[in-house]
Design a protein around this ligand. Structure first.
Ligand code: BV8
Ligand code: ZN
Length: 247
């Protein structure tokens, strides 16, 4: 499973950058964004995850996110999340960039996670941007309203919205500086996140995809490992421990 080229990269990399997508959380029981049957009640996530959908029907979109928040709170990180958290101590530097809006990386012990698409656990007023502190209340299906009258929205980046500038800058910088780039559990369809593996490749990093099926970028990667991230990442961690001494 671990090729000689990847062994070399694992033993010599000064900076490893990792981009994760919904596939990493799939083994925890969080449905992926584009899995068959979509995420919820046959609604197309692409259509629900937009400002227009929220403006048109805040109750529908809010209840979708409440369902997702309940799902995330009911599951646990899987071995893939834990392997990435432990690998951080074995590289001189590891930058973890996620497209996921769950908090499973953080709950597995990863710190400094770059959340490109925000977090389902952080909500804010859709009008005045005030943070909504009812987050740790049980996710209710009823739309909540701010003192200013604005409807409370999930703190995620919707399609058609710009990514948080600081997060995107940090992710692009890490991709441009790393010497090993792992793209894990993402279909590599959503931009600008899907630019990151290409930035890494152009900067000379060894690029590896870990996925159960080839992504849109598989043909551009130096190496593709086909398998569930919850199986492949622990093997990669064991190899790292053997090559660099266990942390
Ligand atoms: C923006 C938060 C400026 C919400 C999400 C350039 C070209 C083309 C289009 C665009 C472009 N630039 C902008 C766009 C438009 C759009 C876009 O990219 N559209 C796509 C569909 C073509 N991008 C945007 O709108 C972005 N904004 O660029 O602002 C702008 C504005 C307007 C117009 C132009 C520019 C904002 C994008 C952010 C959207 N928000 N999430 C929420 O979660 O509700 S994205 C959403 O998709 C999730 O975050 C998800 O993580 C992400 C990516 O999906 P994946 O994570 O890859 O999940 P997916 O289900 O697709 O795939 C799962 C993968 O896992 C599969 O490959 C599967 O094989 C694999 N897998 C499954 N099980 C396992 C596994 N792998 C390993 N192990 C397993 N066990
Ligand atoms: Zn407000």
């Amino acid at each position: 499973m671990i090729s000689p080229s990847l062994e070399h990269a694992l033993s010599s990399a000064r900076h490893c950058a990792v981009l994760t997508g919904a596939g990493v959380s799939a083994e925890s029981g969080v449905p992926t964004f584009r899995s068959a049957g979509g995420l919820w009640k046959n609604h197309n996530p692409q259509e629900l995850a937009t400002p227009e959908a929220f403006d048109a029907d805040p109750a529908l979109v809010w209840s979708w996110y409440s369902w997702r928040r309940r799902t995330v709170r009911d599951v646990n990180p899987n071995p893939g999340h834990y392997a990435l958290a432990e690998a951080a101590a074995l590289f001189p530097r590891l930058t973890l960039i996620t497209q996921n809006v769950d908090d499973l990386h953080q709950r597995a012990g990863s710190s400094g996670v770059i959340e490109l698409h925000g977090s389902i656990e952080r909500c804010r007023c859709s009008v005045c941007d005030a943070p909504y502190h009812g987050d740790n209340a049980p996710p209710t299906d009823d739309v909540q309203y701010c003192r200013c009258g604005g409807a409370i929205r999930p703190g995620v980046v919707w399609f058609g919205e710009s990514l948080p500038m600081a997060a995107l800058d940090a992710a692009q910088q890490a991709a441009g500086e790393c010497d090993l780039f792992l793209s894990v559990g993402t279909s590599a369809i959503v931009y600008p996140a899907a630019m990151l593996p290409m930035i890494a490749r152009q900067a000379g990093a060894y690029t590896v995809e870990i996925n159960t099926a080839p992504s849109a970028l598989a043909h551009e990667m130096d190496e593709c490992i086909t398998g569930p991230s919850g199986v492949v990442l622990p093997v990669l961690l064991e190899t790292l421990r053997r090559l660099r001494g266990s942390a």
